[in-house]
Design a protein around this ligand. Structure first.
Ligand SMILES: NC(=O)c1ccc[n+]([C@@H]2O[C@H](COP(=O)([O-])OP(=O)(O)OC[C@H]3O[C@@H](n4cnc5c(N)ncnc54)[C@H](O)[C@@H]3O)[C@@H](O)[C@H]2O)c1
Length: 277
């Protein structure tokens, strides 16, 4: 029988960016542990679709969908207020929202993913969502966890690119000149490394109030990417493959529950061994 330390019955978990590929999986993970889940996202239509899918396996009363833009402090405060007025305490916060633009590259097109061309507005937007958003949500929901002394958990979803630089050879397009080759943007490394810093800061800041904070750094999830990209990436991974979308669920369950009660301030890298090579 599974340890009762994974049991999140009676707890509420709020996930940001939960209408996306992994946000949904975090939702399933936490619902499986018995939590009530508040799925939040910028994209209402995608949220409704996610709710419909979750509704096939879980009782509709166990999860709520709420539109929330993590870049807007007033939107986060409004959600916190609504939940509080319903008598709901957020015990677990999963900072998952991000903008991860797909890297492609086209003949004759100025390649804006490259550092030399990277637009300031993209830098600002991506950091606003991926890093500032995590700070703002932690500020509101983490502070509330600390305030009443009942503790809680903040889980920041980083990436294996929080511990090493992108291997830009993965994204190369044959026959394109060097200055048009697409790359993984600089923002990704900066945001994911920054989230690990935020994790350590939070882990120590509210430790005496029982609030733990850890980061989960997933490796790439297979989601129908091109064959050549998958081949190149798989060759960098000792397990020889990308992750399946559901393979982070058990880590989320561990990190968000008392099963990890003595883990604090850590970055758990789940990358099929890529960073070990
Ligand atoms: N998919 C992977 O291979 C992978 C690998 C490592 C890390 N990650 C990380 O996991 C997390 C989830 O990734 P994913 O693949 O599910 O991405 P995704 O693009 O499928 O989902 C991200 C979600 O964030 C939402 N979002 C964007 N801006 C927002 C805002 N301002 N406020 C609220 N929500 C907003 C989007 O609407 C989307 O639903 C991200 O932090 C990502 O960097 C993903």
């Amino acid at each position: 029988m599974a340890s009762t330390k994974f049991d999140l019955s009676g707890k509420t978990a709020l996930i940001t960016g939960s209408a996306g590929l992994l946000g949904m999986e975090h939702g399933v993970a936490l619902l499986e542990c018995g939590a009530t889940v508040v799925l939040t996202d910028l994209n209402k239509a995608a949220l409704d679709a996610a709710a419909a899918r979750l509704g096939q396996d879980f009782d509709r009363s166990r999860f709520h969908v709420v539109e929330m833009d993590v870049t807007r402090p007033e939107a986060i405060a409004a959600v916190a207020q609504t939940l509080a007025s319903q008598g709901r305490r957020v015990d677990v916060l999963v900072n998952n929202a991000a903008i991860d633009p797909k890297v492609k590259g086209e003949q004759g097109v100025r390649e804006t993913s490259r550092l030399e061309n990277f637009p300031l507005e993209q830098w600002e937007l991506q950091i606003a969502v991926g890093l500032t958003g995590a700070f703002l949500c932690s500020q509101v929901f983490g502070a509330a966890m600390a305030r009443d002394g009942k503790g809680g958990v903040i889980l920041n979803i980083a990436s294996d690119l929080s511990v090493f630089a992108p291997d830009q050879r993965l994204y190369r397009v044959p026959a394109l000149p060097e200055d048009q080759q697409p790359v993984k943007p600089v923002t990704y490394s900066v945001i994911k490394t920054g989230l690990v810093g935020l994790t350590r800061y939070l882990a120590t800041y509210w430790a005496d109030r029982g609030v733990r904070s850890n980061a989960l750094s997933p490796g790439g999830v297979y989601n129908g990417q091109g064959e050549e990209f998958v081949r190149r990436l798989s060759a960098l991974i000792p397990l020889g493959r990308m992750a399946n979308r559901d393979e982070y669920r058990s880590a989320v369950q561990f990190l968000c529950s008392d099963a990890s009660s003595y883990l604090n301030g850590q970055n758990i890298v789940m990358d099929g061994g890529r960073s070990a090579w």
